[in-house]
Design a protein around this ligand. Structure first.
Ligand SMILES: Nc1cc(-c2ccc3ccn(Cc4ccc(CN5CCCC5)cc4)c3c2)n[nH]1
Length: 241
């Protein structure tokens, strides 16, 4: 089953990068197909205007609804279809999580609507909600200049979970933020050389003693999580506060 990804943006070149690296391979072997569109193709004035001043006043400009509506008609269609997922990155969106990525990895179609300026006329989101499955998502509590970088990050988090994408599915189970690690941060990783610039790999990892290694890794995950992400430690898991 091929996943179709569409990107609507006034900077569609942001998505040229999707033709390379792992995502490129996924596209080549038919797992995903990627289409980037320039929102200005759905404007009709000489200046290809996509923005206007905010009703009610305020700083900056707001993206007009008209180009979005016409782009939706052509790219997605004019009939409601709940199997189409439409994503609006936004600073005021719900935090994007690994479970959201997991859910989206089974979608047949995802359309990313990348705003710029101060954002998109809210009626565009309301209209989209009446037609498709809409997700307003934030990448984190910091302000980007537009939705494109967020769309790329969400794309990578989703596509790498598509069945048949990753060569070694086992590596996905152990990762941080996935059930395999009980929601704890990942332990530190090492490889050869054993001694590097006076820094040595922890001896336990060279002991070949799998029980001790597993304990060391678990202890490191707990230590790191308590230090860096107390919000992830939950008394239900018996992880000390
Ligand atoms: N996680 C995350 C996502 C984003 C993000 C996503 C899409 C867009 C589209 C435009 N912008 C720039 C932008 C938006 C809002 C303000 C805040 N203003 C205060 C009053 C009105 C608005 C400033 C600047 C985006 C930013 N940023 N961070």
């Amino acid at each position: 089953m091929t996943m179709r990804l569409d990107y609507l943006s006034i900077f569609p070149a942001y998505f040229d990068v999707l033709d390379i690296s792992l995502l490129g391979k996924a596209a080549v072997n038919g797992l995903v197909e990627v289409h980037a569109h320039d929102l200005r193709d759905w404007t009709h004035d000489r200046h290809r205007t996509v923005d206007d001043t905010p009703c009610g006043g305020g700083a900056g400009m707001v993206m007009k609804p008209d180009p979005w509506g016409e782009a939706f008609d052509e790219i997605i269609g004019t009939e409601p279809d709940s199997s189409v997922h439409v994503i609006f990155p936004s600073p005021s969106g719900a935090p994007f999580t690994q479970s959201a990525a997991q859910e989206l990895s089974s979608a047949v179609r995802i359309v990313f609507c990348c705003g710029r300026y101060e954002g998109i006329d809210h009626r565009v989101i309301d209209y989209a909600r009446s037609m498709w499955t809409v997700h307003e998502v934030s990448l984190g509590d910091y302000v980007l200049n537009g939705g494109e970088v967020a769309a790329l990050a969400i794309t990578e988090a989703v596509v790498r979970l598509v069945p048949g994408f990753m060569g070694n599915p086992e590596s996905l189970a152990e990762e941080s933020f996935s059930a395999g690690q009980d929601g704890l941060l990942e332990y530190p990783l090492f490889t050869r050389p054993v001694s590097w610039r006076g820094l040595d790999v922890p001896e336990v990892l060279m002991s070949g003693h799998h029980g001790r290694i597993a304990k060391w890794r678990r202890d490191e995950s707990v230590r790191l999580t308590c230090e860096r992400r107390p919000d992830l430690t939950d008394s239900d898991f018996g992880v000390p506060h």
